[in-house]
Design a protein around this ligand. Sequence first.
Ligand code: SF4
Length: 489
Amino acid sequence: MNHLTTETFDANARAALQDVQLRGALRNATSLFGKRRLAAARSLSNWEDLRTEARRIKDETLLHLDKYLEEFTANAEKAGAQIYWARDAAEANDIVKKLARDRAARLVVKSKSMTTEEIHLNAALEAEGIEALETDLGEYIIQLAGETPSHIIAPAIHKTRHQIADLFVDKLGIAPTDDIAALTATARRVLRDKFAAADIGVSGVNFGVAETGTILILENEGNIRLTTSLPRTHIAVVGIEKVIPRFDDLEVFLKLLPRSGTGQQLTTYQSLITGTKRDANAEGPNELHIILLDNGRSRMLAHPTTRQSLACIRCGACLNACPVYQQIGGHAYGSVYPGPIGAVITPQLIGLEKTAQLPYASSLCGACREVCPVKIDIPELLLHLRAEIKQKSEIRNQRSEALKPKRAEQLAFKLWAAIMTRPTWYALSAKFARFFQRFIVRRNTITRVSRFVATFAPPLAAWTDGRDLRPIEAKSFRQQWRDRGAKSA
Ligand code: SF4
């Protein structure tokens, strides 16, 4: 899996579409997350107001980010933390490596953190001979498998229980079992010993509060608490966009983030850390080092359109809602950040030269925008990046042939536009589709439709190979409307 790159997205996606097990695991997980998110959002009567407020807070912060970062830095230092600024991944890794070297560290325990994935910290530490161990269960599983995360909040979303069981048998030498409780207990046993032996704990951060210098880290497993409190040294790697102005602002984000991510009202643990421990006998590390990472974020901040990318709170809801992600999963994107937000962030972080296929990995259906708790207009960002690609002819030439619109595709879109803009044509075509569904396809399953298309219209097979076709309603909207009117009359 690790060989997949952003430059081969098209081929990666085609390979993923052939992986039946992967698609089954994705379908189960993304639909479950989606249903839970919807139920959790409906449990609050002011959900839309909260989204608007969250976006307002983020916009305010990003507009004055320099001021809030200075405030955060001053207050965190006052509380005993040490602050570092890293322009890019190499600088951030160098800071962590130096801190580790100075403390003669041999073992670093890590909590789940997309920011440390972004800078490839594990590889940097391992090159120094320092063991970096993931302690989030999902991250631990993929570290054992030698893979990268395939989802922002559920890194092992692509793996089935049986695959994980086989992995544990192979790597940890346990007796064969696919009992989830037994597998979890095994991971817990291995990790507990490592927590006790670790020299340094490394975490990410969900929010940094400028007003108090506090960092907030959310989790469900308790491993972050152990990572940040058992080792003597805690290093937190934070993207500069994670700062928010006031402590009270957390209330808004604490309602939105868990509900959007996992459908929980609240995550099991919320660790609010303000500086180091005050009392030598108290719990917690002796040292807290906070690394503020830029790594391309200033570039995003500079443009009024791309700035909203930095409002992301990494809930993962847009991945679960995306019809492309649902089919191909995260590895196909070839980058740390997958899905719709990954297709927007990755090109901005590492440049369009290597990522020109990603902004096209979307049907622009808008499902991501609908679910985003901070109302990021991802389709707008995708179109913005596509326009940039178009302007850069040298990049355009690098785009895969498969991504260039084909003549037949252009014709199909023209026909589509003609039908959609003429009510009579639309009604006729809908009647034909209903007839087709009823008498020709009968059971409207992907297998039947794709087989039909492959036999009678082979050029269109690329459209039906990896897509599910939803059944057409037996009655048209107009018919249903008329029926409703007749009933109420
Ligand atoms: S873009 Fe929005 S929905 Fe997607 S991960 Fe970020 S906050 Fe969540």
